[in-house]
Design a protein around this ligand. Structure first.
Ligand code: 5RP
Length: 213
């Protein structure tokens, strides 16, 4: 069911792709369905800005040009998945460790279309452990700061991000005020990015092929 909804969402997102556009492309199994569908339109778009080595490889496999965000400037559209989504379209992301580049592309894009299956829809964010990308030498420092804030930090041992950093997954937080927590964590030295997309939420959410209210 969940995989079927991911495929429907990935395919439905194609309706946001305009002729001649440069598409911001996220990461994950739902986005992989979107890239599969995008392959049919490869001759009608200029290319894509990719959020990960994984998505870059899939885009290149289909012959879709992968462009540098510094060269493209702002984008009209960004398509990406999420690990959780609340009623205000605020998200937890980073299950695939690509949160930093995803956040950069979301910020650079006029419209962020988030594609999820219904299991990702929650009332309060935090059941999915919150990923935080950190500079390796700051892992313990940041872990202690998380404990002070009532969270349980777990190092995603063995995972190095595309930027050469590490991931801490924070368990045990029911996130009542995602904007405040995002701001607070962003200020800790050594935090590269927080997997809360609250200050810049999604603009549109597709659950399968249905638009979320
Ligand atoms: C990667 C992400 C993904 O969007 C998120 O983990 C959802 O992945 P999937 O579509 O495989 O369920 O944030 O960093």
């Amino acid at each position: 069911m969940s995989s079927q909804e991911k495929r429907l969402a990935g395919e439905a997102a194609i309706r946001y792709v305009e002729k001649g556009a440069i598409i911001g492309v996220g990461t994950g199994s739902t986005v992989a369905f979107f890239i599969d569908a995008l392959a049919d339109l490869r001759d009608q778009i200029q290319g894509a800005v990719s959020s990960s080595e994984q998505s870059t490889a899939q885009l290149k496999k289909y012959g879709i040009p992968v462009l540098d965000l510094n060269a493209t400037g702002p984008l009209n559209i960004y398509i990406d998945g999420a690990d959780e989504c609340d009623p205000q379209r605020r998200l937890i992301k980073g299950g695939g460790a690509a949160l930093t580049r995803e956040k950069i592309i979301a910020e650079a894009s006029a419209k962020f279309v988030c594609i999820i299956d219904s299991n990702k829809r929650v009332d309060v964010l935090g059941t999915f452990p919150l990923p935080i990308e950190v500079i390796p030498m700051a892992r313990s420092l940041i872990g202690r700061e998380i404990v002070k804030r009532g969270g349980q930090p777990v190092w995603r041992d063995g995972v190095t991000t595309d930027n050469g950093n590490w991931i801490i997954d924070v368990h045990g937080w029911q996130i009542a005020d995602p904007i405040a927590l995002e701001k607070d964590l962003n200020q800790l030295p050594g935090v590269v990015s927080v997997g809360l997309f609250a200050r810049r939420p999604a603009d549109v959410v597709l659950i399968g092929d249905r638009l979320m209210d």
